[in-house]
Design a protein around this ligand. Structure first.
Ligand code: CP
Length: 323
């Protein structure tokens, strides 16, 4: 595997899930695979889980790891070609990428959407420059439009906790005070569409996800109706994807104070089928979800985060096998 951005990069999901379970049983089974190989993890944005779990995954495979925080200690990087660099950015990505690539075998990229220019974000401009100019396998650690390591960990978590062959999984929008990218809901939708689940998306009008990710998933604008009989509820905020309202791309459509009904609470969870609560974290309590739900017996947020180590180990293993 030379690139990891979409669910199709992983091939058959049942095979990938079996591999994940094998690694969970025997975390260091492939520790010799990464000997004398180096993973470079490049962060343009903050992280807790991705940073730690991906480093741990690389260590599980016997790799060396270098972490670069672009905005803390490195030269500020220009990402667009043709810009006269008379501002605060001292180096261009087009030189920085091949230099970084010369020190490693595999590159992970975290680079969020700017939420100003939909075309630029949805073209995955930064990620694709790494693919084009590094000559090394590149994997997404949350890019402008996707977060596949998270979605794979979410799928592993659902597989571990499901009590039905084909569970009902609901992705629900929830309020947030800041405009957030669509990467997590995009990937979650993409991966749930590829998995054997009954998948429903619920959000206020205007937050429709791009069809590339939402596919044929059922969209239910009535959140309570969507939650009925759900086995898993996956909460996340996202800003306007600009599908039905192109002029409002990246914006919050309605002040969050007016959207408090969408916060996941016992009220909605009561109509589920003993539904499990999921969120990728970090989460703002009593905005996205109440204290009671996230602390309740059906909350999976901690095992879900722990599975990030497993999803990253499978992905890095696949990449190492392709070198
Ligand atoms: N879920 C997730 O990617 O967490 P971080 O932003 O902390 O890495």
């Amino acid at each position: 595997m030379k690139s990891f951005l979409n669910v199709s990069d992983l091939g058959r999901l049942d095979v990938a899930l079996a591999e994940a379970m094998e690694i969970k049983r025997e975390r260091f089974k492939y520790v010799d695979l990464g000997r004398n190989r180096t993973a470079l993890l490049v962060f343009f944005n903050n992280s807790l889980r991705t940073r730690l779990s991906t480093q741990k995954a690389a260590l599980n495979l016997g790799m060396n790891v270098i972490v670069l925080d672009v905005n803390a200690g490195a030269w500020k990087l220009e990402t667009e070609r043709g810009v006269i660099m008379d501002g605060d950015k001292s180096e261009h990505l087009l030189e920085a990428i091949p230099v970084m690539a010369s020190y490693c075998d595999v590159i992970g990229i975290r680079s969020f959407a700017g939420l100003k220019d939909r075309e630029y974000d949805y073209a995955e401009t930064v990620y694709n420059q790494f693919v084009k100019y590094s000559g090394k396998p590149v994997f997404a650690m949350e890019t402008a439009t996707v977060h596949p390591l998270q979605a794979f960990a979410d799928l592993i978590t659902i597989e571990e906790h499901k009590t039905k062959v084909r569970p009902k999984v609901v992705l629900t929008w929830a309020p947030h005070p800041k405009a957030l990218p669509q990467a997590v809901p995009n990937s979650f939708a993409e991966w749930m569409n590829a998995a054997d689940v009954d998948f429903v998306i619920t959000h206020p009008k205007g937050y429709e996800l791009d069809a590339v990710f939402a596919g044929d998933a059922r969209v239910e604008y009535d959140q309570m109706k969507a939650f009925e009989g759900a086995d898993f509820v996956y909460a996340k905020n996202w800003s306007c994807p600009g599908v039905t309202l192109p002029e409002r791309y990246g914006e919050i459509l309605e002040d969050y104070h007016k959207m408090a009904d969408w916060t996941v609470s016992e009220r909605q969870m009561r109509v589920t089928d003993n539904g499990k609560f999921m969120h990728c974290l970090p989460v703002r309590r009593n905005m996205i979800v109440t204290d009671e739900v996230i602390e309740g017996a059906n909350s999976l947020v901690i095992p879900e985060a722990a599975n990030r180590e497993i999803s990253a180990t499978v992905v890095l293993k696949r990449i190492l096998e392709s070198l």
